[in-house]
Design a protein around this ligand. Structure first.
Ligand code: GLN
Length: 305
């Protein structure tokens, strides 16, 4: 299996580079707009500690919204079920930064993976302490889960989004007007922009995802129930208004980010990280989604098996 999977990953890497159908990089964050879309990496972490890779699996990229999975994990550890009074668990069917939706939902965001919902979870993490401490908790979780301390925030990306993230500023202010932001908007926003600017390689991200996949022989950081629930939210909401199509094509929980990363979970079997910075119309990695679909078909991994 391992050799066959390794051969498949190599073939997939070659095929994707030959096709050259990369999509467009996110241009609303200037620092991300400079990145060459023609890049691809994949890492598959397996039970027992092995990681198979192909392409640029060691190249660091901005994890952006993939960070929302881990900030949610931290919040669940801190306040547990109470978070659900402030944010829902339903797919949104709208863009990740929709302002219209926030008006309709009366300030209680549909789920923790759209921007408004992630602002609420980050707001909870920064309540009662300094942004630096909240960020240290998220970084600490990632480092412990990946068993790798070399995971950091890209300050240039954080600055770039702080200077231009007007939509998120609007969402945070709007949440505040509904009474669903405990801190000053600029405090929560600053923490959120830095969390999104964490950079990791596919190898590091795949290793961090093992705690959600519940792979034997990895750090015990989440109860099985929490891991299942996070996976359920990834399946229903992890790709925004493209979540249904992703579930249909791939059949595994996944979380995307506008940096082009995808964390894919095959419960009990593998944690997979894919990166290709060119995006599709939903703001999800174009070739990353394709690679996820091909991998799921090749391996037969599915939560609907
Ligand atoms: N930092 C980005 C934003 O808030 C994250 C969005 C994403 O990755 N989909 O717009």
């Amino acid at each position: 299996m391992t050799q066959a999977l390794e051969d498949f990953l190599r073939r997939l890497d070659r095929e994707i580079r030959a096709a050259g159908d990369w999509g467009e990089v996110a241009d609303y964050i200037p620092e991300l707009a400079r990145i060459d879309p023609a890049q691809f990496g994949i890492a598959v972490a397996l039970p027992g500690g092995g990681v198979l890779t192909a392409g640029q699996a060691g190249q660091r990229f901005s994890i952006q919204s993939v960070s929302k999975v881990f900030s949610l994990a931290c919040v669940l550890g801190r306040i547990g079920e109470q978070i659900w009074t402030r944010v829902g668990r339903e797919p949104s069917g709208r863009r990740f930064d929709s302002i219209l939706l926030l008006e309709q939902e009366q300030g209680r965001p549909h789920n923790p993976f759209i921007n408004a919902g992630a602002l609420v979870t980050t707001d909870e993490l920064v309540t009662g302490r300094a942004p630096k401490e909240a960020l240290a908790e998220i970084l600490g979780f990632l480092r412990a889960a990946a068993e790798d301390d070399d995971i950091h925030i890209d300050k240039a990306v954080a600055r770039s989004e702080t200077e231009t993230g007007y939509r998120n500023v609007a969402l945070a202010n709007y949440l505040k007007s509904f009474g669903n932001l405990k801190n000053a908007p600029e405090i929560t926003l600053g923490t959120y922009f830095h969390q999104c600017a964490i950079e990791m390689s596919c190898v590091q991200l795949a290793r961090a995802g093992r705690v959600i996949a519940g792979l034997p022989g990895t750090p015990q950081m989440l109860t099985p129930l929490k891991a299942r629930r996070i996976s359920a939210l990834m399946m229903m909401c992890g790709h925004y208004d493209g979540s249904g199509d992703f579930a249909f094509r791939v059949g595994l929980p996944g979380k995307s980010g506008v940096g082009g990363g995808i964390l894919l979970i095959a419960p009990g079997r593998a944690s997979i990280a894919i990166w290709s910075p060119g995006l599709n119309g939903y703001g999800n990695s174009r070739m990353g989604s394709y690679a996820a679909e091909r991998l799921a078909r090749e391996t037969g991994w599915s939560v609907f098996a």
